[in-house]
Design a protein around this ligand. Structure first.
Ligand code: DSN
Length: 412
């Protein structure tokens, strides 16, 4: 068989460039990580050739005996690490997992109550341009303006007045622990379903560093590629009484044939997540996030909510007179990759923003620890304080390269 390089040198060349970018840059985007070679191998396997619409033992096409094996294994492993009564591992992404939950539990026009995107929520939790905001009547809760944390009394008040059919918990840019037990109580009081999207924190949940939503929510969804460090994909955990509805919504409701090579890669990631090394890694991720946040604070940068309990946090740049968009661009020039992010009560737009979001899952996979976090805080502070100074930016870029060279990325 001919190699990719021989068949398509253009695509090969682009992939190689991206490989080098990942190798040389400091990856601080909170939703990204580096999978193991085993996950990549499963994802690049011949399983991509097979159609397997349906579920184990109930497929539309023949020749699915090994697809049944792989899907059953993935489900068994997901249940082992997260618990839960029923698991569907077919969603291609977090967005599709969320869509399946909405379709299984709600009718078009039903009301949901979710964290405002501007306060750290997610696009699929009711943004007006997303299917969730277009199909459902969305009410939002925000954050307390002093603590910048969820105010559960306020959520209860809003739940009582809006009477949603579903309450959503989970976020894309919220650095604090969420009290799922309290959310359950609120949902029970108003007779709503509780749906938790744990995409960002799934790896921390496995390690026992973040409360598990599984005992409390009717529906839990997650992606598999953030702290969980698997392939880019999603899955759903639900109570048994919703199993049939969830499965029907994933297939044939939303998707056709599952991506069985990705299901296999999810199975591998779930196995890796069972190891002691994975737990140790998650502990280091959280330690690194705290250390990075503390060191940036020492440099005079304000950390939203005063810190973090997780792998991520937001930096408020208002006292530096630089927008999140400009900060992300100048950091990228120094090979430090972050994303601009709205901070709570931001007065700018989502394309400008007053903050950046930083996460430590990817750099911790490379083996970086507290000492490196101190250095990275220095790099960030230096680039932000000398905004527009190419000389300093290039110096930091060289420093970044020295650091990333010390922690090679061999797809561990
Ligand atoms: N885009 C992801 C994130 O950055 O949080 C969520 O889908």
């Amino acid at each position: 068989m001919k190699s990719l390089r021989e068949v398509d040198p253009k695509v090969y060349g682009i992939i190689k460039k991206e490989e080098k970018r990942q190798e040389n840059n400091l990856e601080l985007i909170a939703s990204e990580n580096f999978t193991s070679s085993a996950v990549l191998e499963a994802q690049g396997s011949c399983l991509t050739n097979k159609y397997a619409e349906g579920y184990s033992g109930r497929r539309w096409y023949d020749g699915c005996e090994f697809m049944d094996d792989i899907e059953t294994l993935a489900i068994k492993r997901a249940k082992k690490i997260f618990g839960g009564e029923h698991v569907n591992v077919q969603p291609h992404s977090g967005s599709q997992a969320n869509m399946a939950v909405y379709f299984a539990a709600l009718d078009v026009g039903d009301r949901i109550l979710a964290l405002d995107l501007a306060c750290g929520g997610h696009l699929t939790h009711g943004h007006r341009h997303n299917f969730s905001g277009r199909l459902y009547d969305v009410a939002c809760y925000g954050l307390d303006n002093k603590t910048e944390m969820i105010d559960y009394d306020e959520v209860l008040k809003l739940a009582r007045s809006h009477k949603p059919k579903m309450i959503l918990a989970g976020a894309s840019a919220y650095s604090r622990k969420i009290d799922f037990k309290k959310f359950r109580k609120i949902a029970d009081e108003v007779g709503a379903y509780l749906f938790v999207d744990m995409a960002h924190v799934a790896g921390l949940v496995v390690a026992g560093l973040y409360p598990s939503p599984v005992p409390y929510a009717e529906f839990v969804t997650s992606t598999t590629h953030k702290t969980l460090r698997g392939p880019r994909s999603g899955f759903i955990i639900c109570k048994n009484k919703f199993a049939k509805r969830i499965d029907m919504q994933v297939f044939p409701g939303i998707q056709g044939g599952p991506l069985m090579h990705v299901v296999a890669a999810k199975a591998v990631a779930f196995k890796e997540a069972c190891s002691a090394a994975f737990k140790k890694y998650q502990h280091q991720v959280v330690k690194n996030a705290k250390t990075l946040a503390d060191n940036l604070e020492k440099k005079g940068l304000r950390i939203v909510s005063g810190g973090t309990d997780t792998h991520l946090f937001l930096v408020d740049l208002q006292n530096r007179n630089i927008s999140g968009a400009d900060a992300a661009i100048c950091l990228d020039r120094a090979d430090i990759t972050v994303n601009k992010n709205l901070i709570p009560f931001d007065s700018t737009s989502a394309t400008i923003t007053s903050g950046i979001r930083l996460g430590t899952a990817a750099i911790t996979t490379r083996g970086m620890k507290e000492k490196e976090m101190e250095k990275i805080a220095e790099f960030i502070d230096c680039v932000l304080s000398s905004y527009g100074d190419d000389k300093i930016c290039n110096r930091i870029k060289r420093e970044v390269l020295k650091l990333t060279n010390k922690f090679p990325l061999h797809n561990k």
